[in-house]
Structure formats: C-alpha cells, structure tokens
Design a binder for this molecule. Sequence first.
Ligand code: ADP
Length: 475
Amino acid sequence: MDNLLFSDSFINGEFYSTASHFDIIDPATEQSITSVSDIDQAGVKQAINAAHGAFIKLKSTNATTRSAVLNRWYDLVIEHKQALAELMTKEQGKPLKEAQGEVEYGAGFIKWYAEQAKRSYGELIPATDDNHRLSSFKQPIGVVAGITPWNFPIAMVTRKVAPAYAAGCSFVLKPSEHTPLCALALAYLADQAGFEKGAFNVLLSENAKMVGELLTGSELVRKFTFTGSTGVGKQLLAQCAPTIKRTSMELGGNAPFIIFDNADLDEAVSGLMGAKFRNGGQTCVAANRIFVQRSALDQVLAKLTKKVAALKVANGFAKDSDIGPLIYPKAKQKVQELVADALAKGASKIGDDKDLGGNFQAPLILTDVTSEMDIYHQEVFGPVASIIAFDDEAEVLAMANDVPFGLAAYFYSQDIKQIYRVSEALEYGMVGINEGLISNPVAPFGGVKQSGLGREGGHQGLDEYLEEKYVCMKI
Ligand code: ADP
C-alpha cells in the first residue's frame, strides 16, 4: 500500500504541498492514517490553469492516442489492485473483498471509455436543398471540475475522469475530504500511464465550500460534475448558473425494493441482502424502503432474519467481515436517530442492536415502517432494513413513487405482464428486475426528479463531456 500513499494535492503532474494539514481517519480504528496538506486558494487556481493548459493540448490529440493512454491507466490500476483495495479499506472502511470488487468495477469504466473514446461519431444530415451540405461533429467541452463522495472512493472518480479524458477534456477533482487517498493514487497512476501534465489534478481540502466556490465560479471550467447529497448538489447547481456550465448531478435516492408474492422469495431475499447491506448500506442506490406483499411477509421476514443474523460486523481487514464501520461518528448517530424515531412511532425491531463501539453499527430489520417515520423519507445510509407491507400493485406503485427522488428501484416478480407494467410505472432512472446489484460501466447510471441530471457509464457517459457542433456549408 505504501508506494501509493501520498499526502499532497496533485497539480500539473506534481505534488503540491501547503503548510496547513488535516488528518485522514481510518473509520475502523479512528486513528489517523496520514496527515495531508490542505489546498489553499492559490493552489485551486493553479490547478484550474494547469487543466486549461492541458486542455489546449488535449483537444487536438486523436482518440486512438487517448484510448491507448486510458488502456495503460487501466492496466496499472489492475496491476495495483491489491494495494488500491487496501488503501480503500483503510480510508473508507468497507470489507477488503468489497474494496477489491470496487477496484475492478472502477477500472471497468477506464476500460469501457478507452473503447468509447474511438466512437464519438458525428452525423451527415440530409440537406433540404441542393446547395448545402449539413453535418455535425462532437468536440470536448473543455476543462471539467468534479466533486466526489466518500462511499466509492475509486469508482466515483473513474466514472467521471475516464469519459472526460476519452472525450479530450482535462479534469480538476476534489475528492471527499474523508477519502482522498485513493483519488491521489489514481492520479499518480494516470500520470504514469501518460496523461498530459495538468490533465488530471486532485485537490485535497477540508474546506469543500471554498474549493467548490472557486471551481464553480471559474470561467475556465466549462463542465461541472458532482456526486453527493441532494442538498449540496442543489447549492452547487445554483453556483454553476452564473457561468452557464454544463452539469451532471448524481444525487441522493430513496430506493424502493418491492417483493411481490409471486416472486422467488429466496432470490428476492438474496438480492435484498446485496441491495441493502453492501458497503454497510452506504450507497445512493441502497434499498431504503422495502415493500413486501402481505401474503409473503412472514416468509420473507423469516429468511431475511436468518441472513441478517449471519452478517459479521468487523474491521474491513478482518477475515469474513461483511460490514465494516460507518464512515464517521455523525453517520452512526444519524442512523440511530432514524431508528429511534421509527421505534417511537410504532415500528418494531428485529436484531440485536447493542452498541458495537466506534463507528460500527449492528444490522437491523425494522418492521411496520410507515410514511409517518423519518426513515421512510430519508436515506438511512446504514445497515437498517425498513419493511413496509402492502396489499396490491397499485398501492405499492403509489408509495414507491411518492418521494421527490428517483434514482434506483428494484422489484421481484415472476409475472411477465406485471414486470412490464411495474418497470414502466416506476419513476426512477434505473430499475433492477429480479436483481439487486445493477451498476455496470456499460450501462447509463443516473436519476430522475431530485436524484440528478445526466448519466454516467454507457455510451451516454461520454456525451456528458462533448459538445455537438453543427456545420452548414454552401456549395
Ligand atoms: P456526504 O454527507 O455523504 O459526505 P456530501 O454531499 O456532503 O455528502 O459530500 C459529497 C462531496 O461534496 C464531498 O466531496 C464534500 O466535500 C463535498 N461538499 C460538501 N459540501 C460542499 C459545499 N458546500 N461545496 C462544495 N462541495 C461540498
């Protein structure tokens, strides 16, 4: 791990240190992993200028060359998979096997966009008279700035930086102040792979507001991409308005997970375990409201209780750890407040929720959850499964859609007509049918309503970094 452990911002292909420092805390031990330097305003401006300089060069490179660089980056990430996974478990806490999975998943975006770089086709448009030839082609949008969260310290970075580079854009990234070490390691490997100096800059800061204001306020930054909470996303979107930046926003969700009584219940409960407890429940696509058709409720609860009881909560480096710590004390406090509110309003609890100490939170099942409870409306972002019984399809669809969010939804059914009806009726950007894990670099990830704007992954993810130019020629 040590050869990929850095502690300064990365600007124009070099480390940039400052006098002011902050600690990166291992959420499992609550000890400092390392102290990193906190970027100053001059550093942020330098990074934007470096990215602008890189963009001038990058925009005239060809796609085949950029594809080759991305392929080398991919190879290096895979070569350092174990070191990156260990770094991730240290700073983020997730079980090592999940961290290894995330390195592969994150690398998958680099590989995919190494291929897609070569496919940003233009169009010949049939002319409306004999004297004109009409066409359009795609060009990189310019300098991109991005802010990423702590729950997927590698995948959230590669799914933005890889398509941006594939398109010919340069990047200034501010990763979460809780997990910047993976982002730094990625930037170092990108540099080794042949990224132009300034093509990928990483800013470490505890003052997200200051960095965010400089990035969103800059005239040089033409595109802003954010993954994080809806509240912060709204604020950043407003900050992008005065300079009319293109934006991508991957914001919060409140995923329904619906189990119809005709479903294969074993499959449904297995799928739910992944959708609910992966990363300790700290994902924006995590099942947040679990709707179970009343006639299947007892069976589902029996199966789920058995599986939840078998989950091992431990330091992510411990063998067999299924759930690591939550990211920081405030996260655990929020989970406990939501549980207490639900219990006070009539929910019942299955599971032993004795305090495991530190940032560790025992997994729990809550039954009889209702829309009166805060946990129904807010992402719990922890290992708590909230169960709501329902009687028929119309009722569950109304409840599933009755939130201002629309990121991921899941349902289990074996009735083909119901599968069509429900997948069309769910007001969500992504739907898992008889599947609890749906993220994939080749598919468009994103939300509707207040869950965001734009798509990441798939061929759509490249267009987020391209402008289309229409050319009208008289002959
Ligand atoms: P979480 O609460 O899960 O950490 P946030 O939305 O607060 O989610 O954080 C996601 C990212 O947004 C992090 O990189 C964080 O530093 C950044 N962030 C938080 N507040 C601001 C802000 N006011 N301006 C810019 N970035 C911010």
